[in-house]
Design a protein around this ligand. Structure first.
Ligand code: ADP
Length: 254
């Protein structure tokens, strides 16, 4: 059988696989005086290849939703299936393993470790995963090449511009080939030129098959996604299809 032809003809009609499925997800923060419903009864399905922009006013629950998706925070109610696996009831250790293996994070403040080199910052999550040194080296070099920083391997983050630091953070996020990339205001600390270059980079990654969920308050940035989900008071109030997700990358030759 000609597997290449079978694979390419099937990409047109078969929907991409579901990576994330949230049902009735709620996160309540309780203090002695108030109870804040940060996210309430959120239902959301994200398929491979989508680029979902999460928008909404300050306090609408965007960061909380991203934190729950990234298993950095838990929900009080509801279900969360990640790649078909129900993850909320897993132990903290199991969640950490899934987070490390399947989720790439890009934060507004880069979150690089200041006294590790660029190379070591990108390598660290792979080391946590127990990946052999030779594979780590290949992955780190490939990821830094993808973000155009192969010439900065031994620099410390403080020796780089903000835009370059965010590129290192992107390399760190993609080096482990995660199922999903979560970005929280990825250009929030950058000037417009560096911000645009990071957005271009995310766009290239998306075209190459990455699935992205990105919190942004910038309306123009939100429009770059394939879909825009609007939150208000912790609820999804709009879920807008913007454009078709690109077809999945063709299977690698064996
Ligand atoms: P956004 O990212 O849209 O600005 P957040 O997810 O940060 O919104 O916050 C949603 C709501 O949850 C806000 O009212 C915020 O004050 C509250 N909140 C977020 N984190 C905490 C926390 N750790 N403790 C108490 N309240 C919180």
């Amino acid at each position: 059988m000609n597997t290449t032809a079978a694979a390419s003809s099937s990409t047109e009609s078969v929907p991409q696989r579901t990576l994330i499925q949230l049902e009735g997800l709620s996160r309540v923060f309780e203090t002695t005086e108030v109870e804040t419903h940060a996210i309430s009864d959120v239902n959301l399905v994200v398929r491979a290849g989508e680029w979902v922009s999460i928008v909404g006013p300050s306090g609408s629950g965007k960061t909380t939703l991203l934190a729950v998706l990234g298993l950095l925070d838990s929900a009080n109610k509801g279900t969360y299936l990640l790649n078909g696996q129900s993850v909320l009831e897993l132990s903290a250790e199991e969640q950490a393993q899934i987070r490390n293996r399947h989720i790439g994070f890009i934060f507004q403040s880069f979150n690089l470790i200041g006294d590790l080199t660029v190379y070591e910052n990108v390598e660290l999550p792979l080391t946590y995963r127990g990946m052999p040194a030779a594979e780590r080296k290949a992955r780190v070099e490939k990821a830094l090449e993808r973000v155009g920083l192969s010439h900065r391997l031994q620099h410390l983050p403080g020796q780089l511009s903000g835009g370059q630091q965010q590129r290192v953070a992107v390399a760190r996020a993609v080096a482990g080939e995660p199922l999903i990339l979560l970005a929280d205001e990825p250009t929030g600390n950058l000037d417009s030129k560096n911000g645009e270059s990071v957005m271009e980079l995310l766009s290239e990654l998306h075209k190459g098959g990455a699935t992205l969920i990105m919190v942004t308050h910038d309306p123009a940035q939100a429009q770059r996604g394939t879909r825009k989900v609007s939150l208000f008071d912790g609820r999804v109030v709009q879920d807008e299809h913007l454009r078709q997700a690109p077809p999945p990358p063709s299977p690698k030759p064996v």
